[in-house]
Design a protein around this ligand. Structure first.
Ligand code: FES
Length: 134
């Protein structure tokens, strides 16, 4: 049996402690250990990005990151977008503008689009998400 490694990760604002196998991928930690199934596995080749989440504000493919590499980091999944019972403006915009196709990668697309590459955050309404400085 493989030895376990203790990790502490902040996921969607909640501090989570766990002991994981060193080879466990972050995507499997999120889905199977934490029950956050909005992050999907879409391929076996790290090409699709269905598994993308934000780690310390930067987009990472969670199928290429080990859970132990997330130790001490801040992870945001699609489940962490909505606050106060309402959808994030990007989620509202996806609905208003029919921004999904089959829907499989929609959690990734909305979850990672709430920030731009420059770190600015999308805010606004379904009528028009806008970018604001953070
Ligand atoms: S599951 Fe396809 S890139 Fe991660």
């Amino acid at each position: 049996m493989a030895s376990k490694v203790p990790i502490t990760v902040t996921v969607n604002g909640n501090r989570r402690e766990a002991e994981v196998e060193a080879r466990l991928l972050l995507v499997h930690f999120l889905r199977e250990s934490l029950g956050l199934t909005g992050t999907h596995v879409g391929c076996d080749t790290s090409n699709c990005s269905a598994c993308a989440v934000l780690m310390d504000g930067k987009v990472v493919k969670s199928c290429t990151v080990l859970a132990v590499q997330a130790d001490g980091r801040d992870i945001l999944t699609v489940e962490g977008l909505a606050t106060g019972g309402g959808l994030h403006p990007v989620q509202e915009a996806f609905i208003a503008k029919h921004g999904l196709q089959c829907g499989f990668c929609t959690p990734r697309r909305t979850g990672t689009r709430q920030r731009t590459r420059s770190g600015r955050e999308y805010r606004g309404t379904s009528a028009g998400a806008r970018v604001t400085r953070r």
